[in-house]
Structure formats: structure tokens, C-alpha cells
Design a binder for this molecule. Structure first.
Ligand code: GDG
Length: 466
């Protein structure tokens, strides 16, 4: 039987049923691995003074996890450096924050080569290999150099930027050339897929022999859009558990006579948190009659704290939330509740369920799962309203949300007003179509579509000479 090997930077399988600490994606990958009796390979999350390639193999919740420790310099250059200071900002259109440093590029190549050295001996001839995200773009090339001929697919969780943005990356052509060692390249949306194809046609004389086929650098790859979803079934289960119900009741109790507006995001500059706060401030300014009727809860667990741009955005948000509360709060009410804590998934489900508005306003986002989680958590008889940035990949599928430009405080304020005034019939109508999409195009559908497309790639390619 074909085995599936999943490779991602971090490996975090859930420890079993009822483990609500890991995200939906980890749950879905773990389920796929159990089905295909596969292997999950990546970084252990630990450092070692000197890289040895020693594998830690564990069976966690029915999934075999094979991890490797990395050196401190690997983390600085590959993870914090090239992945999070170069590719992440650039792919999210923040060229102003992107740092280009030769040592980052070298660290990135070195870690991908180290992953390939460690993984290659574990691969059997019929295995399907599925590599995830921007940390590991050149991994197929490194595996091919080591004689691996298996079908290898890549899925990019973040946006693929427009041609003129992407070419800000030094050695952009080399990175794209390495992607032609994959058999299948998956993007979140057709827009990102087309942006990639456009680059290849313009910069590498690529040709498109048929739909979803792209030829350049002497190789042909298949490309496709595979919008990721949430584990809708698991979310329905979560909503019924005691922790979720308790949290929902608690939030309802703290917002008596008020509407809760909720945002949940990693504290990241791509998520448009400052713009969201400014939009909310404008709403309060323009609607004095509605001021005491709302409470905005923003959950934003800190992430990538060692990267300076993340420290800066944290400071700006601290000050902005303080400013808004200072200007509008009263003895018994403050408009913004801004929390940097991490919550369990079931608690989050309860919070979403109590919120009349889900405010999801990233400036750029590959997909955005929070938008889908919010919809999945609503009471069908009295659902809330989703306000969604048109720059999230999710906007392509979720057209019945109130779609807005997150850079415009006016649009955010107007959408809040509209959402809060929306009658129940319209809320139910919009939510019904959104929920249908969230359920149908869920994480299992995503995973199966990708794995089937990969398994169906016409033939494995010859290995490269090293
Ligand atoms: C990348 C792409 C793409 C948030 N706070 C807590 C918590 N979360 C969970 C949410 C959600 C997940 O984190 C965030 O997913 P997003 O999709 O919104 O964003 P990224 O982390 O940037 O993910 C994105 C995604 O990959 C998948 O392809 O959609 O575009 O950027 O599930 O619920 N989870 C818990 N506690 C928290 O406090 N447990």
C-alpha cells in the first residue's frame, strides 16, 4: 500500500482524542497519516550544539513522527531568518519589512539539505511525499539530488505574490527553478496559482501545455488550487463539549445588553490588527449611540517574538488599545478587550459562538481559518455576521460575508454598523451559504483532493545527478 510522508517545519501530532491543544491542520494531517500508515517528518522544536542527523522516532496518537534537532544557527538563519524575515514579509506584500541577508539564504539551503539527508534513507519506492510551506520550498530539489524519484507534492499555505512583488527577492529565479523538481504544486487559490504561472511565463519562458500544466527549466509540473478548510466535523464535536459551552455562557454573561465583536489572530503584522483597531475606533467615533452596545474582544497570542517586526507591532497594539479605551471607556464599560493569551480550541469555539460579529481583516492571508471557524461555531437559528477582508484567500469562497478592504477604516466602520443592524432573516440567509461551503470544502476534502492529484500525476521523474 502507498505510504504518505508529510514534511513540515514543525511536527505536532495530537496526542489522541480530546487533545484540544493543537490546531485543526495538525489534526487533519494526523488523520491522513493514520489512514495511509504514514510518517510525519520535520524539526523537533529542540536545538543541539552540533547537527548530527539523529532521528527521534515517536508514535504519538497513532502517528509516527520522525524529528530531527537543529543547531541554534540553523534557527537564526533558516527559521527566524530566511523563512520569517525574508519570505514571510515579502509573500505578504511587506517588502518594507523583508530583510535580505546572504547568511539567511545559506542557512535556508543548509537546513533543507540537512532535512533531505535525514529523510532520504527513510523513503521507500512507492511513498507519496507531501511537503508543506515556505520553509521547505527547495526540499524536493535536495531530495532529487539524493536520488529520490518518488512523486513529491508541495503545498504553499501563504499567498504567492504578484510578479512585480516577488522579483524583489534576490535569486528569485533559483528558488522557482527548484520548484520544478516537484510533481505537483498546490496553492490556496486560483489567484495565487495564476500569479505563480505568470511569473514562470514572464521570467523563465514557461509554457502551459494544458490546464494546470506548466513547463519550464526542462521540466513539467502540475499546478492547482486546493483551498484548505477546517475540520468541520471536529468543530461540531468541540462545540458540544463542556469547556466550549462554559466559555460561551461566560462570554454571553459578560456582554449582557451588548454585542460581542471578536477577532482571533496570531499577533502578526499580516493580520491587519492595527487597521482593525483603527476601524473600530472610527466606528465608535461615528456612532455615539452604539458605543455602549458593543465590546470588541481581540485574542492575539504572541508569535515569533524574537523577530523585531513582531516586537514593534506588539508595542503599537498595546498603545492603540490603551488609546481607544482611554478615549471611550466609562466606569462600567471599556470598548476593547485585548488579550495576548493562548486558548484551547474548544474555548475558542465557545467564544466565537457568543460573538455577534466575527471581524477577520488580514491585509494579506493565504486562506484564514479563523473565518471558517467563526462560521462553524454559530447558532443556526441566530447566527452572527462575518466581516472578512477581500485580501484573505477565504474571501474567494466566502462571498456571503461582508467583504471589505481592511486598509480603509471607513469600510471597517461601515461594515460593523451594517453587521450590528442586520436583521435575523439576512443573517440566517448569509450564514446558511457560508456554513454549507465550510462544511463541504473542509480539511478532509482539501487533503483528499491534494493526495489524489499527487497520486494521479502521470509518472515519477528521473532523479537529478548530484
Ligand atoms: C497559515 C496561513 C492559512 C489562533 N489563536 C489561537 C489559536 N489560533 C488558531 C486559529 C486557527 C489558526 O490558529 C490560525 O490559522 P489562520 O489560517 O488564521 O492563520 P496562520 O496561522 O497565519 O496560518 C493562513 C493557514 O496557514 C492554513 O493553511 O489559512 O493563511 O497564514 O486555527 O484557531 N488556537 C488556539 N489558541 C489560540 O489562542 N488553540
Amino acid at each position: 500500500m502507498t505510504r504518505l510522508i508529510v514534511v513540515s517545519n514543525r511536527v505536532n501530532p495530537p496526542s489522541g482524542e480530546g487533545d484540544e491543544s493543537v490546531g485543526g491542520l495538525a489534526m487533519a494531517l494526523a488523520a491522513a497519516l493514520r489512514e495511509y500508515s504514514g510518517l510525519w517528518f520535520g524539526w523537533s522544536g529542540r536545538t543541539t550544539p552540533e547537527f548530527t542527523g539523529q532521528l527521534n522516532i515517536e508514535k504519538v496518537g497513532g502517528v509516527t513522527a520522525a524529528t530531527v534537532d537543529l543547531e541554534e544557527a540553523d534557527l537564526d538563519e533558516y527559521y527566524n531568518g530566511y523563512a520569517n524575515k525574508t519570505l514571510w514579509p515579502l509573500f505578504h506584500y511587506r517588502n518594507d519589512l523583508a530583510l535580505f541577508d546572504r547568511s539567511y539564504g545559506e542557512g535556508y539551503r543548509r537546513v533543507n539539505a540537512r532535512f533531505a539527508d535525514t529523510l532520504a534513507p527513510l523513503i521507500e519506492p512507492d511513498d507519496l511525499i507531501w511537503i508543506h510551506d515556505y520553509h521547505l520550498i527547495p526540499l524536493a530539489r535536495e531530495l532529487r539530488k539524493r536520488g529520490i524519484k518518488n512523486r513529491i507534492g508541495f503545498f504553499l499555505h501563504i499567498p504567492w505574490p504578484a510578479h512585480q512583488v516577488f522579483i524583489n527577492l534576490p535569486r528569485h529565479r533559483e528558488l522557482v527553478e527548484s520548484m520544478f523538481d516537484y510533481d505537483l504544486l498546490g496553492f490556496q487559490t486560483a489567484d495565487f496559482q495564476h500569479a505563480f504561472e505568470e511569473y514562470v511565463v514572464a521570467e523563465a519562458s514557461g509554457v502551459q501545455p494544458g490546464p494546470g500544466r506548466l513547463k519550464a527549466f526542462g521540466q513539467t509540473v502540475q499546478t492547482g488550487a486546493f483551498p484548505i478548510g477546517i475540520d468541520a466535523e471536529d468543530f461540531a464535536r468541540l462545540l458540544k463539549n463542556a469547556k466550549a459551552r462554559r466559555m460561551r455562557d461566560l462570554m454571553t454573561a459578560c456582554t449582557v445588553f451588548r454585542h460581542l465583536i471578536v477577532g482571533v489572530d496570531r499577533l502578526d503584522y499580516s493580520k491587519g490588527l492595527e487597521e482593525r483597531f483603527l476601524g473600530f475606533e472610527r466606528f465608535l467615533t461615528e456612532n455615539p449611540d452604539m458605543r455602549r452596545e458593543v465590546l470588541m474582544l481581540q485574542i492575539a497570542p504572541v508569535s515569533r517574538e524574537s523577530v523585531e517586526a513582531y516586537q514593534q507591532i506588539r508595542e503599537r497594539l498595546d498603545s492603540l488599545s490603551g488609546r481607544i479605551n482611554g478615549a471611550f471607556a466609562d466606569v462600567d464599560w471599556a470598548p476593547v478587550r485585548y488579550v495576548n493569551k493562548n486558548y484551547r480550541r474548544d474555548e475558542l469555539a465557545g467564544i466565537y459562538g457568543a460573538a455577534r460579529v466575527g471581524l477577520v481583516t488580514p491585509l494579506r492571508d493565504g486562506m484564514n481559518l479563523v473565518a471558517k471557524e467563526y462560521v462553524a461555531s454559530q447558532n443556526p437559528d441566530d447566527p452572527g455576521v462575518l466581516i472578512l477582508s477581500r485580501f484573505a484567500g477565504a474571501a474567494r469562497q466566502m462571498k456571503d460575508a461582508l467583504l471589505i478592504n481592511p486598509n480603509s477604516a471607513e469600510e471597517v466602520a461601515d461594515a460593523l454598523r451594517r453587521a450590528l443592524a442586520m436583521d435575523k432573516a439576512e443573517r440566517v440567509r448569509r450564514w446558511t451559504t457560508l456554513f454549507d461551503t465550510v462544511q463541504r470544502e473542509d480539511v478532509t476534502a482539501w487533503r483528499d483532493a491534494f493526495v489524489q492529484a499527487l497520486a494521479g500525476v502521470r509518472q515519477a521523474r528521473p532523479a537529478l545527478a548530484s
